[in-house]
Design a protein around this ligand. Sequence first.
Ligand code: F0G
Length: 340
Amino acid sequence: MSRTAGVIERHRDRLPFAPEDPVVTLGEGSTPLVLAERISELVGAEVHLKLEGLNPTGSFKDRGMTCAVSAAVREGAKAVICASTGNTAASAAAYAAKAGLRGVVIVPDGRIATGKLAQALMHGARVIALRGNFDKALELVRALADRHPIALVNSVNEFRVQGQKTASFEILDDLDGRIDALCIPVGNAGNITSYWKGFVEAGAAPRMLGFQAEGAAPLVHGHPIAEPETIASAIRIGNPARWEEAIDAMTASRGAIRAVSDPEILAAYRLLAASEGVFCEPASAAAVAGLLKYGADGAERVACVLTGHGLKDPDAALEQAGAVLPCEPQLRALERLVLE
Ligand code: F0G
């Protein structure tokens, strides 16, 4: 198989697509799984990082989007729509562009990371900034898709889950089937649902350890949060669409869904970049923050899903990072700055 095959071609035997079906792909999937030496030491387990930020639009959403948009084309749709905290919007916009469909994305006004906004706009989607949060946007977009022939490509769309489950197959392949726990950030709960589905289909059962931001932790508290708040804008979600499935995944795998604070998320975010060479976005770092905070629950081998690339959110990075050093154009001045 071609090295650049996307997830439909690579996993067609486990996906609802026939060989003659249209495939809209950007070569998603097949992302690296990297051993995290420093974090392994800190946790006392073998910890691997699944670098989902290396997908074509910089997040795991592409795995599901290739399936959702391919199915939309198969069904004759002319437009796709989603509500999004940013990454789904960027991915939907890119795959819609590739398919020649209209893309419409609804995002919470002023609350999405700069890189994601730039992507959605560059791919030619109509970007609508809703004066409301993600939960409200999803509610409205579901009602809209019920009334009009527009394909809804949020993870309430079954094809999204189908595509995203392929990450589990890859992790099992890379680790020869032996993994004890999976750490994953949880927002709308589509991804934890998908990973668990993939593991079950492959006959594996690692503990699913999901992490929410403290200010946006409905699954931890057991009730929706009206005004979710966190620095990790991707998971600023108060009423996950796949609530039941997330709880099922947790229960069936003897896992847990727990909360991490913004300072804990940011500490993991900096640690990953500075000690592991991996730049992810804050929401992704929640998985590692949770592992560092709560430990591995006796697991010997753990994979953490780093869901999105750090370049998605340059503002968060620059707020956390050290300052740039200004320098006069003279050797002495430069020497001092370099060698000090
Ligand atoms: N990490 C990142 C970087 C995300 O963008 C998201 C969700 C999650 C984790 C959580 O995944 O929702 O399946 O539990 N982003 C969605 C969006 C909501 O609109 O881009 P989940």
